[in-house]
Design a protein around this ligand. Structure first.
Ligand SMILES: NC(=O)c1ccc[n+]([C@@H]2O[C@H](COP(=O)([O-])OP(=O)(O)OC[C@H]3O[C@@H](n4cnc5c(N)ncnc54)[C@H](OP(=O)(O)O)[C@@H]3O)[C@@H](O)[C@H]2O)c1
Length: 257
């Protein structure tokens, strides 16, 4: 079946890999992000792409983008809320406005776009909404206070939404990646809002974006509610759940960079 797939944060990392993983002559991939040049470069490898620059923190841009998608394609089959920014600063170092910005991108950006797309999916009684959380959405971690809080918030929102949608065919999935090899640590914000600009060891040795994207695509087709993707660090999610005292012992020793 021909599908319209909308990916935010599609200009790099996991978003770019998702666009490639969904690339098929039958599908149209809507590529969103703030950097149009990056979206254009990704679109060169996609058979049917539609470049739609979008800053997810701007509600007026979301409204305009959804109106355009609605009039152009009449439907959205899959929305992947992948756009996100990480943090590399302690609580004390992080300025309030930087923390607020992390919440705006990672939490409000995701849920505002979802809310704007939902009426179309409910009207068609079909579709998948994907929210990109993180292993840090399942436990706290040093230098990630606001990032972790923003990702935890996604779980409360999307679990509530999926329960509200129980009698519909609209599917909701939350993705928790561990360490994936992307530039996320370079793009992460310091306490003053500058780019951290350093490749962390965790990311450097993380799993490939291709593997991550393929697991996400599998999760969507199997209509999973929540998936975990990564290496051994994913064990921490289970340790935190079943042995919280052990989680604290281990997490204190993990290098946060
Ligand atoms: N890599 C990992 O280890 C890892 C682990 C757990 C979770 N994740 C999550 O995976 C997602 C993708 O991250 P990544 O690893 O692929 O890192 P990335 O390469 O830095 O990708 C982040 C993307 O988000 C976009 N973005 C940032 N702010 C935006 C905004 N205001 N509006 C629209 N787009 C925005 C960026 O594009 P522009 O700058 O052009 O807007 C960029 O393409 C994020 O949600 C991240 O939290 C990643």
């Amino acid at each position: 079946m021909k599908k319209v797939i909308w990916i935010t944060g599609a200009g790099s990392g996991i978003g770019e890999a998702l666009a490639k993983a969904c690339n098929h002559e039958d599908h149209t991939i809507i590529l969103s992000g703030r950097n149009k040049t990056q979206l254009e470069s990704v679109s060169k490898n996609i058979i049917n792409s539609f470049i739609l620059p979008l800053d997810v923190t701007q509600e007026n841009q979301i409204k305009q983008a959804v109106t355009l998608v609605k009039s152009t394609f009449r439907k959205i089959d899959i929305l992947i809320n992948n756009a996100g920014v990480s943090q590399r600063a302690t609580v004390s170092e992080t300025a309030n406005e930087v923390g607020r910005n992390l919440m705006e991108v990672n939490f409000f950006g995701s849920i505002h776009l979802t809310k704007a797309v939902l009426p179309m999916m409910l009207g068609a009684n079909q579709g998948s909404i994907v929210a990109m959380s993180s292993a840090a959405g399942k436990f706290g971690f040093p230098l990630r206070s606001y990032y972790s809080a923003s990702k935890h918030a996604l779980h409360g929102f999307y679990e509530s939404l999926s329960l509200e949608l129980k009698d519909t065919k609209v599917h909701v999935m939350v993705v928790c990646p561990g360490r994936i090899k992307t530039d996320i640590s370079k793009n992460a914000l310091t306490g003053s809002g500058e780019s951290h600009n350093q490749m962390d060891q965790g990311q450097l040795h993380g799993i490939s974006v291709e593997k991550c994207a393929s697991k996400i695509v599998q999760g969507i087709s199997k209509k999973k509610a929540e998936i975990y993707i990564g290496g051994n660090e994913i064990l921490l999610i289970y340790i935190k759940r079943y042995l919280p005292f052990l989680f604290r012992r281990i997490a204190k020793r993990v290098n946060p960079k």
